[in-house]
Design a binder for this molecule. Structure first.
Ligand code: ATP
Ligand code: MG
Length: 571
């Protein structure tokens, strides 16, 4: 059976994938030209869900950037500071997905939780230097006291606590002496700052929750802004690339680094997150779909997760090509999902082996073909790629064709199968249907036909014109399969745009159609789980990850052509 092997980020030819230079590249290149010799980036997922294609954009950006200088690298860092929502399952899936996308973090896999002690020590240092204090107000009062854009904040009545008292309380917070919500640690910056993030942000809160890595060792957990920037600095990250919504965190990011005196502190650079039409890219929303059973799991082939795309039959090369093509910009926008679909088709068209399969089988008995005889035709696995070789396609007296290729009374311009019309069975022969067999209900159950034995291979012996070509499968050799046809999960371009309505109201009721009793040519047995292939004239498919011998399941990755474009044009 064939094993699935993926092309690494630079093709074996050494030819780099399309890469449109972007502003981050240019900015880093300018620093390199000015003498920068150290370059470290990081991809910092929170392990609270599976990665989606938006994360892929961040992965491609960060790992590609780290190829700009010898010795440069990209860290995989789990931002695991919120024990309530995080799980080992997600850590493992994230590692698998980054690797599958073709990127290697080498020795550089880290966890923010590994820095809990260092972060704690740094916090004590800020307390000793009078730059942090324990606040005993309720979280509501703290929020209230922060003021607004137009109104300065008010100082907490606990802001003046002595260093000793702060140290004592902070140590007892850590020791688990207090209940959740009793105290927090806050940076002491400026309650009147124009930058709201600098109005004494919370650094630690008490959480009596076990952590998936540190267990019950900690009763306090660092807040994102405190943990993230210091983790970057501890790792020697030089460029901390994040999405635009963190722009207003940058002042605080830099404030902490200044107070702690890091040399060559990381520089935060914001870029626009990926938004895709007809798609939701938010772990929280995706989690909801999984939890409510609207999809079969995080790796449901309709999900925009890396695991879902993989199971759907999308190659990592096409995801990388898509990410490179959309580039990195400073302005938030929506990318048309047809661009992703185009990258998927382009890759599959070039790489996927061709087979024949009939989704809605209709039996054709070739009455002038001997009962016990059979023969095989050699057909190319990929007509565009000689190296792909060929497969032997068996043929006998009975074949299946697709019901959609037959009309008893042909519509105008229908050149496929109808009584009396000679058609080509692709790669096999010319055939004419002579009789239509129906059941009592008038349903067509079988066709009778004759073939031209001189037309072996599918060529007309005298050059006569045959307009229609259809795909087929030998009935005696056919491999039955279940085929799952997937379509877009949502019917709305932006399913999150309507705050009044729940996301699930925009689910496409026809996003999954399951066909059983489909018939495939026997060469399909060569293809193991996750193999990608094209069923000629039908679409691109992949053998389902959980598909077993005897219970073959194919997932449709994508149709051959974009049928939505036509539908949209008609509207
Ligand atoms: P979500 O909103 O889906 O939960 P997140 O930003 O909370 O995403 P993280 O695990 O914190 O998820 O993200 C890890 C990295 O991936 C961050 O650097 C984040 O900026 C980046 N990222 C997340 N979503 C996107 C996106 N849609 N486009 C580009 N980068 C993204
Ligand atoms: Mg997040």
């Amino acid at each position: 059976m064939r094993a699935v092997s993926e092309t690494p980020p630079s093709a074996p030819s050494g030819k780099p994938e399309d890469h449109a230079p972007n502003f981050v590249d240019e900015l880093v290149q300018a620093e390199i030209d000015a003498g920068r010799t150290r370059l470290v980036t990081r991809f910092p997922p929170e392990p609270n869900g599976y990665l989606h294609i938006g994360h892929a954009k961040s992965i491609v950006t960060n790992f590609s950037l780290a190829r700009k200088l010898p010795g440069a690298h990209c860290n995989l860092r789990f931002d695991d500071t919120n024990p309530a929502k995080e799980e080992t399952e997600f850590v493992e899936s994230i590692q698998e997905d980054v690797r599958w996308l073709g990127f290697d973090w080498g020795e550089h896999c880290y966890f923010a939780s590994d820095y809990f002690q260092q972060l704690y020590d740094m916090a004590e240092r800020l307390i000793r230097e009078g730059k942090a204090y324990v606040d005993s107000q309720s979280l509501d009062d703290i929020r209230e006291g922060r003021g607004s854009f137009h109104q300065p904040g008010t100082e907490s009545p606990f802001r003046g606590r002595s260093v000793d008292e702060n140290l004592d309380l902070f140590r007892r917070m850590r020791a688990g002496e207090f209940d959740e919500g009793a105290h927090v640690l806050r940076a002491k910056i400026d309650m009147a700052s124009k930058d709201l993030k600098l109005r004494d942000p919370v650094m630690y809160r008490i959480l009596k929750v076990a952590h998936h890595r540190t267990g019950t060792a900690w009763s306090i957990y660092p807040m994102y802004d405190w943990a993230h920037g210091q983790s970057d600095a501890i790792e020697g990250v030089t460029h901390s690339i994040c999405t635009l919504e963190f722009q207003n965190h940058r002042g605080l990011y830099e404030w902490f680094h200044e107070q702690l005196g890091f040399q060559d502190p990381p520089r935060q650079i914001e870029f626009a997150r990926l938004n895709l039409t007809y798609t939701v890219l938010s772990k929280r929303s995706l989690q909801k779909l999984v939890a409510a059973g609207h999809v079969s799991g995080w790796d449901d082939p309709r999900m925009p997760t890396v695991a879902g795309l993989r199971r759907r039959g999308v190659s990592p090369a096409s995801i990388r090509a898509f990410c490179e093509r959309i580039g990195v910009s400073k302005r938030d926008s929506f990318v048309d999902v047809t661009l992703l679909e185009h990258a998927i088709r382009e890759d599959l068209n070039a790489t996927s082996p061709r087979l024949m399969g009939v989704l809605r089988p209709l039996r054709v008995v070739i009455e002038n073909y001997p009962e016990d005889a059979e023969e095989t035709f050699e057909l190319a696995l990929n007509p565009g790629d000689d190296a792909a070789g060929s497969r032997a396609v068996p043929f006998c007296r009975e074949v299946f064709v697709d019901r959609e290729d037959f009309m008893e009374v042909p519509a105008p311009k229908f050149w496929r199968i109808f009584p009396g019309n000679e058609v080509r069975l692709r790669g096999a022969c010319l055939l004419t249907v002579t009789r239509v067999i129906k059941d009592d209900a008038g349903e067509v159950t079988e066709l009778r036909a004759t073939w031209d034995p001189e037309s072996r291979g599918g060529n007309a012996p005298d050059g006569r014109k045959v307009k229609g070509t259809v795909h087929w499968v030998s009935a005696r050799h056919a491999v039955p399969a279940e085929v799952r046809l997937y379509d877009r999960l949502f019917t709305e371009e932006n399913p999150l745009s309507d705050e009044e309505r729940d996301l699930v109201e925009f689910l496409n009721p026809d996003s999954l159609e399951v066909l059983s009793g489909c018939m495939l040519e026997p060469a399909v047995r060569e293809f193991g789980p996750l193999s990608r292939l094209q069923l000629e004239r039908v679409g691109y498919f992949c053998v389902d990850a959980a598909s077993e011998d005897g219970g073959l399941v194919l997932n449709r990755t994508i149709a051959l052509k974009d049928s939505w474009a036509k539908v949209a044009a008609k509207r």
